[in-house]
Design a protein around this ligand. Sequence first.
Ligand code: NDP
Length: 348
Amino acid sequence: MAAALGLLIFLGLLFAAVKVLPGRDVAGREEPDGTRFRYRINGMAVFAAANVLVAAGTLIFDLSLAPLLDHFWTLFITANLISFALALWLHWRARAARPGPTTLGQKLIGRELNPRVFGVDLKMWAYEPSLIGFGLLVGAFGYAQFERHGEITPQMGFWLVGWWIYLATHYAYQDFLLSIWDVIEERFGLMLLWGDLVLVPFFYSIGGWFLLDQRDPISTPALLAIAALYAVSLWMFRSANAQKWRFKQDPKAVIWGEKAEAIGGRLLISGWWGIGRHLNYTGEIGVYLALTLATGFDSYVPYLLPLWMLVLLTHRAYRDDRRCRAKYGAAWHAYCAHSHFRMFPFVY
Ligand code: NDP
């Protein structure tokens, strides 16, 4: 019961943090009616506040994150219930605003594109419990290993630092969220809520269970090879997204030292986008694979995470190609002729 209450307080606190912490006011994509949604981009302040609170709680009050693992299943069940309850509430809210019959798809996916409460965009807010919650669960495995065994293995250290950098770089480039498919096209309802509140925190941290009691340190060459895969993949993932975002803001942006080139003035062919059409996806899969390789080969279970990313993102690349072909027509064909593959040279 205390864990369930704690989760509700956590969600409320993050709502307040998104509402009040300082940030930049950024305009979203232009809507069909010419208007633009305004967003407050303050995720870095939320992330910094969470880090400071955890550090202060540990150093001053001797608090630990490890109990999160003791209450893992209660938290998991509560997060499921909350995401269903919120989805139901969103559904009723949308129906009250626009009465009429609803399809099953609308019930599952949601009806409103950008629901807001007290001026807070709920879709952007939901990324915070998702990612900060994920970060806390990841951290809990580090605390738990140290408390159980009195040490942090090199592979656990790498896993903790790797996810921390993944989150920090997410917040450093948070603006790009305003251009991603989920934010601009997807309705907000059960699908996104469940993904944010359940799938990401509880499934993406799965590797921790396999590192927790592993005592033999990984060999240094293996760790260096995994770290190299991680670094190259993270660079590809984040910089590809940043290049596209910069180009959309300013078509004359400089990419890899030269003025951006584009087909039809709209499809970027500089940087990663001139090599393949979805290297941002490839990079992200590489990050997940590297962090999973750190868990070793005792079980295939943690590998379900990079496998899931592979399926999710290859399907997304396929869906996105179809959408772009319809939107850009001949320019898209010219782009495909220039950047032959989507994610993997000679394969896909
Ligand atoms: P993209 O950021 O790749 O966006 C695709 C869109 O970008 C296209 O629809 C088109 O939109 C535009 N575009 C494509 N090619 C070009 C080009 N050459 N020049 C200019 N514009 C182009 O995909 P997503 O929004 O799906 O994903 C964003 C990020 O989020 C990715 O890095 C992905 O890995 C990550 N992600 C992570 C998930 C996770 O669970 N960790 C889940 C889903 C995504 P337009 O009409 O605007 O031109």
